[in-house]
Design a protein. Structure first.
Length: 275
């Protein structure tokens, strides 16, 4: 049904259009959610659940951390594990951010209110993230990560297995950094983040305000890696996200960003990508 609508709506012979006029036309089609309504969707019950999730996550993370780092670890496995975990964090956060921006609806039971709502609010009020407390900022990620990091405890390579130890350090780094990613993301929205954050941004270890600002140019089609940003030039350059969207659309008929931008604007973007 979606594919039929797209075909019917597509122009027969598209003519060249001035880029600035095309952008103005697209912006006029965008329909946004109400920022106040989205903000009100964060309830006391969810806040309490986030507190419990963070407490449990910290306990499990400490338990798995002892399992990971109490073994003898050579310098090379440690460095490779930390670096690969950092890169994997960038990719994982990009996938999650792209999925949250592109798919789902705020009206979905549980997932809509607890997860999708956050992505919609962030686009209509980008600075809200700088006003959120740590519980709201990190709670949902911690809850999702609890079973995953718990399973990591089952992975127990031999102490003389450098490859296995490297994988263990890499996965632990990925999970810990992914939970903290929204904090890195918040700093990228602050003109004057903490000193440590500014230093890490300047040396390229964390994503900077300037780098991330490009993502917030509607319709938000680029720079989805919001924790570190190393992979953004590569993934944007090869049109990785557009390829994923095309694949999901062809398989399901779902229109990318329909809930975020409104159906008309979402279809306009999808048609322009196919031309």
């Amino acid at each position: 049904m979606e594919n039929a609508s797209l075909t019917a709506a597509a122009p027969v012979a598209p003519r060249p259009v001035d880029e600035s006029m095309r952008r103005l036309s697209l912006h006029a089609q965008i329909v946004r959610h109400d920022a106040a309504e989205l903000a009100a969707g964060y309830t006391i019950a969810q806040h309490r659940l986030n507190i419990a999730g963070l407490i449990v996550f910290c306990g499990v993370a400490a338990w798995v951390g002892v399992h990971t780092f109490s073994r003898p670890i050579g310098l090379l496995p440690l460095v490779i594990g930390l670096l690969s975990g950092w890169v994997l964090t960038d990719f994982l956060c990009g996938i999650i951010h792209w999925a949250g921006d592109t798919w789902g609806r705020t009206k979905l039971p549980i997932v809509g209110r607890a997860l999708v709502r956050n992505f919609r609010e962030h686009h209509v009020d980008p600075q809200a993230i700088t006003r959120h407390g740590l519980v709201q900022l990190l709670g949902e990620q911690a809850i999702v990560a609890i079973p995953v990091i718990g399973l990591l405890r089952l992975y127990d390579p031999a102490h003389d297995d450098d490859v296995g130890t490297t994988v263990l350090v890499s996965l632990y780094t990925t999970l810990m950094a992914s939970v903290a990613a929204n904090l890195f993301h918040r700093w990228a929205h602050m003109r004057h983040p903490p000193l440590a954050a500014r230093v890490l941004q300047r040396v390229g270890i964390l994503i900077s305000f300037k780098h991330h600002a490009r993502h917030h140019c509607a319709p938000h089609l680029q720079r989805y890696c919001i924790a570190i940003g190393w992979l953004n030039p590569l993934l944007d350059g090869i049109r990785f996200w557009r390829a994923l969207e095309w694949l999901v659309w062809k398989m399901t008929g779902a229109v990318p960003r329909e809930d975020d931008l409104g159906r008309t604007a979402a279809l306009t973007i999808l048609r322009s990508d196919r031309q």
